[in-house]
Design a protein around this ligand. Structure first.
Ligand SMILES: Cc1cc2nc3c(=O)[nH]c(=O)nc-3n(C[C@H](O)[C@H](O)[C@H](O)COP(=O)(O)O)c2cc1C
Length: 304
């Protein structure tokens, strides 16, 4: 009997659906004890978000400040898992506060010590640096990352900014104004995610994880956009400064968050197109570096 844990957090239900599709092959096998756990924070984060609440979580998301979670059942804490499937979303280029809080908890240390972990990301499109942060947290828990899948919104970057904001602030997944595409990971991609579950299950049954990530990548599990990596890295440096400034100046927090809101709009609509043009122009000169980097971000190597 093998024990498998799927652990996830979701607001809209998107990551819950992804978890269900990936879990399907495991649930069909009788000698697999498959346990699913949904992380809940105390209190819950709002969904749909108000504009204030959405920006208010920025500093603590980015600075990876944990929050209180509902207790994890004893059944999970007392089981030794052969495999953990960690489903997470990105908030401000960082694992979401609920996931970060779990990964920094003593319960995670107990569950993850020595465990093999597959991370499954369901975000808009900017997840690469968040995954680096997850790799570090897994390492701190002595967990071994054996696979990673990133399911993203396939719409062009700026289109997905518009549609996701509309989704997060309305709570309704719809075609904005009737002309924009649906926000988030497409229903097709969610449905087809079962093929990744099959690959992970085979690796578990054969106890052979060395080729898992290569298989997941071949099956389309991780696509890297070197442009988005560049934006992600640049924005991380800038977010570092903003988050520290806002969290240090407690008295002017509200005002600073409003300024940050304006800054973010300018960065998305003015700076990111400029970064795009620069990226395209310098691409031939950076080709080797970009190729090396893309291979690394497609992989599961945890830097020590
Ligand atoms: C506060 C907040 C910040 C977010 N920041 C990012 C981000 O930096 N990169 C990204 O790709 N997606 C970002 N997203 C989108 C989420 O990763 C995710 O796709 C969305 O919240 C749906 O996930 P759910 O399953 O929890 O509903 C953000 C969402 C929220 C609510």
């Amino acid at each position: 009997m093998k024990n498998v844990l799927a652990i996830y957090y979701t607001q809209s239900g998107q990551l819950g659906q992804i978890a269900e599709r990936i879990a399907l092959p495991f649930k069909e096998i009788s000698d697999i004890n498959f346990i699913s756990h949904e992380i809940r924070t105390k209190p819950a984060f709002p969904f749909p978000w108000t504009k204030e609440a959405f920006f208010d979580v920025f500093p603590e998301s980015f600075l990876q400040v944990p929050t209180e979670l509902e207790p994890i059942p004893g059944e999970i804490l007392n089981t030794k898992f052969d495999l953990v499937l960690l489903f997470y979303q990105v908030w401000y280029l960082t694992p979401s506060i609920p996931i970060n809080s779990f990964l920094k908890s003593p319960e995670a240390t107990k569950i993850l010590a020595g465990a093999k972990v597959v991370t499954i990301n369901g975000s808009r499109n900017m997840w690469v640096m968040a995954q680096e942060k997850v790799k570090k947290l897994l390492l701190a828990n002595n967990a071994v990352l054996v696979g990673n899948i990133a399911l993203v919104d396939r719409a062009p970057n700026l289109i997905s900014v518009i549609t996701i904001v509309e989704w997060m602030f309305s709570g309704i997944r719809k075609r904005y104004l009737g002309i924009f595409p649906l926000p988030g990971v497409s229903e097709r991609d969610i449905f087809d995610a079962t093929r990744f579950g099959k690959l992970i299950l085979t690796a578990l049954q054969e106890d052979k994880f060395e080729n898992l990530q290569a298989d997941l990548v071949s099956a389309g599990g991780v696509k890297i956009s070197s442009y988005l990596v560049r934006v992600d890295k640049t924005a991380n440096k800038i977010f570092e400064k903003w988050s520290r400034l806002i969290s240090d100046r407690k008295n002017s927090r509200k005002r600073l968050l409003k300024v940050f809101n304006i800054y973010l709009l300018l960065a998305i609509w003015l700076v990111s197109p400029i970064v795009y043009i620069l990226h395209v122009l310098t691409y031939p000169f950076n080709f080797n570096k970009i190729k090396r980097e893309s291979l690394y971000y497609q992989g599961v190597k945890q830097i020590t």
